[in-house]
Write a protein that binds this ligand. Sequence first.
Ligand code: SF4
Length: 329
Amino acid sequence: MTTKYYALSTYLRQRFGERVQKIPLDGGMNCPNRDGTLSRHGCIFCNPSGSGTGQAAEGRTLAEQWDGWRDRFRRRYKARRFLAYLQSFSNSYGPVHRFAGLLDQLRALPDVSGICIGTRPDCLEPAKLDLLGDLDLPEVWLDIGLQSSNDETLARINRGHDAATFAATVRAAAARGLKICAHLIAGLPGETEPDFLETVRFVNELPVHGVKFHNLYVCHNTPLAEWFEAGRYVPPSRDDYCRWLAQGLADLRQDIVIHRLNGDPAPGELIAPNWAGAKQTVRQAIHETLEASAVWQGCRWAPAPAPWFTTDAPLPPSLDLPGQEVTHV
Ligand code: SF4
């Protein structure tokens, strides 16, 4: 068990007293950055599947996907609690009534202890945040893409929103008792280590409860693939990524839960860099970098790792929210 950072698995054990397994679901959603509302090209790194599993396109309902994964995780890990994770595309995009129907489906899944909704900051109108705030589930997370706090970078990668939109949405969601996981990318075109660290500091100043770090890699069928093939984009080396990430963790608030340390390309989609395809090896290299550089999350501000980095410690106050009590099974 690591004590260098506040891992999601540690947080969930503190909340529930046992393993909690995330189940990836594909709701067959779309994105305003792909359907022509903002653009038809998407973010430069996004492939046409929107990082999805493709199960919705194969006709599998959310309940069928859930049952398949739940059975597998029950057998493999003896898991009894599960979080429904809608990952692909922008899952709160569209009319409010459709989003309400989606939440009803998720709420009805057997053994669901919480939900995580992946989306964009400009797809979370107040009425949708109100629906999420009214859910009677112990864990309601919004996974919101920021990627960079630099508006020039956001324009360069065709995000279709700015950093101020992200900040306003995070504040509105946190005011309703929702937990926010910010998605950040290291190695974006035109960015260097100081730009990435500036994004980490931007997130530190917001009521964010989690962060998902991602190394940028080049996938087939993306605008970034054309940039890469034309020599306009060079991905960072693994050593560079590990160093950037260690410095980012050193700056990060200690009460922010780390949902992920690196990206995980789907089979067959990766063009470059090769190292990005070896998820466990990258994780190992990150841990070795943290060890070798004597870095822990928040070490620029705090003299030691926080007590809650270990499973037996109580939650930090910012994550011990009222009205989200857990019934132990
Ligand atoms: S917001 Fe997400 S789904 Fe939409 S284009 Fe960008 S990465 Fe793809």
